[in-house]
Design a protein around this ligand. Sequence first.
Ligand SMILES: [Ca+2]
Length: 127
Amino acid sequence: MFWFSFNGRCYKYIKPHLGWRDAEKNCQSQGANLASVHSGQEHQFLLKLTQNEQPQQTVTWIGLHDLFFDGGWSWTDGSGVTYTTWMSGEPNGSGGNCVVTRCSSEGQWCDYPCRDGLPSVCVLRAC
Ligand SMILES: [Ca+2]
């Protein structure tokens, strides 16, 4: 699996199913973090990237979580939460403090149980 660049950052789809914390650790081992998303264009880019790697709609970890306190969303790469694209009715807090993309066919987000083993996307700050 390769890194793909968009707007000066690089993204990689991670196929093996990992829990959210292990997915973040796996990204960190490559000098990266789970992906953060800051615009509709970046969201569309990530959706296409994940669709190319896995055509079937598959919920996929990104770096958003509210593990510090309920509803206090933050990105693992330390960037600010300036953009969100939640699926209707989400986040609903049911079982989950970690966030997936591709929850809907448009790739919108849901909060999800952090322990679930899922594919993920890493982002490198520079590439
Ligand atoms: Ca949810």
